[in-house]
Design a protein around this ligand. Structure first.
Ligand SMILES: Cc1cc2nc3c(=O)[nH]c(=O)nc-3n(C[C@H](O)[C@H](O)[C@H](O)COP(=O)(O)OP(=O)(O)OC[C@H]3O[C@@H](n4cnc5c(N)ncnc54)[C@H](O)[C@@H]3O)c2cc1C
Length: 398
């Protein structure tokens, strides 16, 4: 029996603990978290558009009650890989394998940000003022969302823009309130295959979003509005004693997620370009296989998705883009040269990928926030992307 210690109570830590505990039943998994609640970060985009903030917080012990995982509260001061001990403020923990998921923190920008509940509520309050002024007083206003779409990972910004534009349509203030997306990418979703990027572009056009593409980050402050929200750069949180940082501070892992024979880094702190919940599920499954487990031990599928694939859902305000990739796709270049499939439909998205989708979280917070938002914006006359157009399902990428 190996003692596996997972550090960090964010999506990456919890998904890794779930995957390893279910897939390596002979080993013992401990999750160390500094907080009693898991914050469902992807749902933050729904707070400024009117969904209750409490939906974003899920009690972690309750969530994992049925799983063979010990949950321990504490903060790691350092890791000693020679002694195989984590120095924790609540008491040292010995391990054979350590999985570190400390996440990443945003760098300051001149606009508002959307990385914490407080920030999301501040953005909500500012937007409420704008929308109240437009509906009650016919006041004009401009909303600008900016993303450098690099270390920051742009899709949350694109989703946020679509959600805002859908809300604006619902309130019937399209003529008074402009929504502008400023991105360093030449086209939103440039990372993806061109036909995926085209779907997103069509969604923005249908929702009346103004686009400023290919804008260098250094020029972002030239484009401002009454409310400016930034999805800026991130930097990895560090854990003293953990090796393997690259020149930008990210933990440079091998393709299995290792930075050391007995240490893995998963989630936003790792050097891969996808700072996202779906990439976390992917990393966790590759780590399971690297530690001698098998994907089959996780069951055949999670919801509709086979266990050897991961789906990334993008909320386009009134439609959902679903992108499915095989787990054995390369993390650095997943959408090019692999059998990714894309699909567009009306059902609200799952906000997480992986095993977390299949546990209580789905009902407790994740799925319900997306459903609550869809109910808020749905009204006759709002553009529905899927109306009258063929689906994109099962288009293998070349
Ligand atoms: C607004 C927004 C929208 C998003 N939308 C999507 C989306 O639609 N789809 C998607 O796939 N992804 C989305 N993402 C990205 C996704 O939420 C992140 O990739 C994911 O939450 C990262 O998880 P993490 O566990 O790596 O980091 P975090 O969530 O930051 O968790 C890390 C945890 O580790 C703790 N920690 C750090 N150091 C220590 C220590 N020394 N000891 C103990 N604990 C420590 C931290 O306090 C924190 O709780 C979105 C993100 C944002 C901000």
């Amino acid at each position: 029996m190996r003692r596996i210690l997972v550090i960090g109570g964010g999506i990456a830590g919890v998904e890794s603990a779930l995957t390893l505990a279910r897939g390596l039943s002979d080993d013992h998994v401990t999750l160390l978290t500094h907080s009693d609640v898991l914050r469902v970060m992807p749902d933050l985009v729904y707070v400024p558009t009117g969904v209750a903030a409490h939906r974003m917080e899920v009690p972690v012990r309750e969530l994992l009650a049925a799983e063979p995982i010990d949950v321990v509260l504490g903060e790691v001061a350092s890791i000693d890989l020679a002694e195989h001990v984590a120095r924790v403020d609540t008491g040292d923990i010995a391990f054979d394998i350590v999985v570190v998921a400390p996440g990443a923190a945003p760098l300051p920008t001149s606009g508002l940000q959307l990385q914490t509940l407080d920030q999301a509520e501040l953005v909500r309050d500012r937007l409420d003022e704008v929308f109240a002024g437009a509906t009650a007083e016919d006041e004009r206003a401009s909303i600008v969302v900016r993303t450098c779409a690099d270390d920051a990972w742009g899709p949350p910004a694109y989703e946020f823009v679509a959600l805002l534009a859908a809300r604006r349509c619902m309130l019937d203030v399209e003529r008074l309130v402009s929504v502008t997306l400023v991105t360093a990418e030449l086209q939103p979703f440039q990372w993806f295959e061109p036909h995926v990027a085209d779907v997103v572009l069509e969604a923005f056009t249908g929702l009346g979003v103004e686009l400023a593409t290919g804008v260098p980050e250094a020029r972002f402050d030239d484009i401002i509005g009454d409310v400016v929200v930034d999805f800026g750069r991130l930097e990895a949180r560090h854990v003293p004693g953990l090796p393997g940082r690259d020149e930008h501070g990210w933990y440079a892992t091998d393709s299995d997620g290792r930075v050391h024979a007995d240490a893995f880094v998963v989630g936003d702190a790792a050097c891969h370009p996808f700072k996202s919940a779906f990439a976390v599920a992917w990393q966790a499954r590759r780590m399971l296989v690297a530690l001698g487990g098998s994907l089959d031990s996780l069951g055949e599928r999670v919801g509709d998705v086979p266990i050897d694939a991961i789906e990334h859902h993008v909320d386009l305000g009134t439609s959902t883009l679903r992108i499915r990739m095989p787990v054995d796709a390369k993390l650095h270049d997943p959408w090019l040269g692999h059998d990714a499939t894309v699909h567009l439909d009306d059902a609200p998205p799952d906000r997480l990928a992986g095993l977390l989708v299949g546990v209580e979280l789905t009902r407790a917070g994740g799925r319900s926030a997306a459903h609550a938002h869809r109910a808020l914006v749905t009204r006759p006359g709002l553009p529905h992307l899927t109306a009258g157009r063929p689906r994109l399902a099962s288009h293998p990428t070349p």
